[in-house]
Ligand binder design. Structure first.
Ligand code: PBG
Length: 328
């Protein structure tokens, strides 16, 4: 046949050639592993909608953290699940010096001083109405929530958190938290802002896990509309101006274009949050034998890095770190 064409297949002809030319790599250091901590003793309870993810009481937490660290993972993010009777209208347990996350942080940092502990700064797990800010007359009010969020961040830093990750989506939360941290002597503690966080159905399993489903309404007055792309740049821009050190895009899979936009427009480290629903879908399909779990997960997470994520918060972190070790 007398035609002109390019032989792309030349560069795919062997495993070694493909390895040499691979553009994107996953490493255990790329991951932040989420852990849920609960009150009580001897508790290791699997979250029904998240196979392989557990609630840990503090006496069992260090064993889990030791395993995470032995896999080469350098960072965890802690979510506290207080008892129902500890919740109140302003989420007091979020900023209590003996709140579940503060105690967990102190304990983990004492036993594993090198491990990076990220604290999720939000009120929804601690408020009886399940919203991420203060509620007045049925509305989630912005400015009075900021003071409580700043107090939460300071108490987390005081407990030893290395990074503060505010996920509440109130306007001005980065400025308020930066000021609170600086005034309390924590100017060296970075803020990993959930800058671009959509009002997503993919958080469903997390809300089961964290018992943080809103008791009325939804989160659409503070989290973003999934249809919006320009707004993501405005959200990221204001957080950068207010002093964010990292920018999170959340969820990840349905928002790869947003990850790339944020990567191209800002020079801060970009974090993709591979959320609970994205995890549970894969687990469910794998348990049914419908997909190859390992290949699917590796492809998904590689896609997030290729899209521009420098770091990935993922419930798959342990699995991937193990697969990477096996491949060595
Ligand atoms: C708290 C928070 C949420 C998630 C992380 N921090 C839930 C929400 O906004 O409803 C979701 C994480 C996940 O789905 O894995 N605001």
């Amino acid at each position: 046949m007398d035609i002109q064409f390019t032989r792309h297949r030349r560069l795919r002809s062997s495993a070694n050639l493909r390895a040499m030319l691979r553009e994107t790599h996953l490493r255990a250091e790329d991951f932040i592993y989420p852990l849920f901590v609960v009150e009580g003793e001897n508790q290791k309870n699997e979250v029904p909608s998240m196979p392989g993810v557990y609630h840990f009481s503090l006496d069992l937490l260090n064993d889990e953290v030791r395993e995470v660290q032995s896999l080469g993972i350098k960072s965890i993010i802690l979510f506290g699940v207080p008892e129902a009777h500890q919740k109140d209208e302003c989420g007091t347990q979020a900023f209590h010096d003996h709140g579940i996350v503060q105690r967990a942080t102190r304990q983990v940092k004492e036993a594993f001083p090198e491990l990076l502990v990220v604290a999720d700064t939000c009120l929804c797990e601690y408020t009886d109405h399940g919203h991420c800010g203060i509620v007045e007359n049925g509305e989630i009010v912005n400015d009075s929530s900021l003071e409580l969020l700043a107090r939460t961040a300071v108490s987390q830093a005081k407990a030893g958190a290395d990074i503060i990750a505010p996920s509440n989506m109130m306007d001005g939360f980065v400025a308020a938290i930066r000021k609170g941290l600086d005034e309390a002597g924590y100017s060296h503690i970075p803020i990993m802002s959930y800058a671009v966080k959509y009002a997503s159905a993919f958080y469903g399993p997390f809300r089961d896990a964290a018992q943080s489903t809103p008791q009325f309404g939804d989160r659409k007055t503070y989290q973003m509309d999934p249809a919006n792309r320009e707004e993501a740049l405005r959200e990221a821009h204001s957080d950068v101006e207010e002093g964010a050190d990292f920018l999170i895009v959340k969820p990840a899979l349905s928002y790869l274009d947003i990850i790339r936009d944020v990567k191209n427009n800002f020079s801060l480290p970009i974090v993709a949050y591979n959320v609970s629903g994205e995890y549970s879908m894969v687990k469910a399909a794998a348990q049914n034998g419908w997909i190859d779990e390992k290949a699917t997960v590796m492809e998904m997470l590689t896609g997030m890095k290729r899209a521009g994520a420098d770091i990935i918060i993922t419930y798959f972190a342990k699995d991937v770190a193990r697969w990477l070790k096996e491949a060595e």
